[in-house]
Design a binder for this molecule. Structure first.
Ligand code: PMP
Length: 304
């Protein structure tokens, strides 16, 4: 029993009670972390009394990519997972914003080279916006290095990759920071733990490239698109750690994290040490789009 016991989950084709979602201890998913997942937001629009799932299709397509990179023997298709998600949201009758977590995992009794059989499940829980979106966070450049593409490809949203993020997150908390920033094996800035990042330098917005050992973040893509709409120049390029000292502002982004101002790195203030104007502008536009308060010109929203 837990606070989520009243919820319904999707589990291998069925809709079942939360407490019945079980995986065997001998599966490769448990033994080796052989699984891939997504984190998706659904925004409840109070005025319209509707739920909008943000970029559902793109997340499920990325989960197909994660399955291929992880060499699963087959791929559970995006459409199946989208349809199941929509039905799951309907069945739970949420009246608040949600966080949705679909997973595809290697089931059965295999060893580490097993490529199947596959199982899948989807959970959805009510979750609002964290206070840090308003206040901003203080981060540490981690002494843990980001996993490299020829070790554990960060481009796949594979559960096993999160051992790396976890070590950095635990260290940052132990050292009194809110979040960690990874450098990659080439010593360049990569991303936060479960968040991509941007800085503003001389009025231009800079973010590490998709070959900087980042997850190809959907929120990063959203932010770049929205910044272009506003007329900003966005540079996707290699980024040095020392550039944090030259930035006038910085922010993290991710589906779960949303847009989080980064106000201090390694004890040094970024800009004035408070959320900056570009960060505030992009936050406002992001939430207007994601919550269905403005017209959805790009087909990013799925109404439930
Ligand atoms: N990097 C990592 C490692 C992540 O786990 C996430 C969260 N999915 C992100 C970046 C942000 O990605 P997205 O915007 O697609 O949620």
């Amino acid at each position: 029993m837990s606070e989520f016991s009243d919820l319904t989950i999707y589990f291998n084709g069925d809709f079942i009670p939360w407490d019945e979602g079980r995986i065997h201890c001998f599966t490769p998913a448990v033994k080796y972390g052989a699984a891939v997942f997504e984190g998706i937001r659904g925004y409840w629009n109070d005025e319209q009394e509707k739920m909008y799932l943000f970029r559902l299709q793109e997340h499920m397509v990325r989960m197909e990519i994660s399955q291929r990179i992880s060499r699963f023997g087959e791929v559970i298709p995006a459409q199946q997972m989208c349809d199941a998600t929509i039905e799951l949201i309907r069945r739970n009758n949420f009246t608040g914003s949600v966080h949705i977590r679909p997973t595809v995992y290697v089931d059965g009794i295999g060893e580490s080279s097993a490529r199947g059989p596959l199982g899948c499940f989807i959970t959805a829980i009510q979750r609002g916006t964290a206070k840090s979106v308003e206040t901003g966070v203080r981060a540490q450049v981690s002494s843990w290095q980001r996993i490299a593409d020829n070790m554990m490809p960060a481009r796949a949203k594979a559960n096993s990759n999160y051992g790396n993020a976890r070590l950095a997150a635990v260290q940052a908390k132990q050292d009194g920071y809110d979040a960690a920033i990874f450098l990659n094996s080439r010593g360049k800035v990569s991303e936060g733990q479960a968040m991509c990042l941007f800085i503003v330098r001389d009025g231009k917005v800079v973010t590490p490239t998709i070959t900087s050992d980042i997850l190809e973040s959907i929120t990063r893509d959203t932010v770049i698109t929205l910044l272009h709409d506003q007329g900003y120049e966005v540079q996707e390029r290699e980024m040095d750690r020392s550039e944090f000292f030259l930035a006038s502002e910085a922010f993290f982004c991710g589906s779960g994290a949303e847009i989080v101002p980064l106000i201090n790195v390694d004890g040094e203030m970024i800009g004035k040490g408070e959320p900056g104007p570009v960060t505030r502008e992009i936050q406002t536009i992001y939430f207007d789009v994601a919550m269905g308060r403005v017209e959805d010109t790009r087909g990013w929203l799925t109404e439930v």
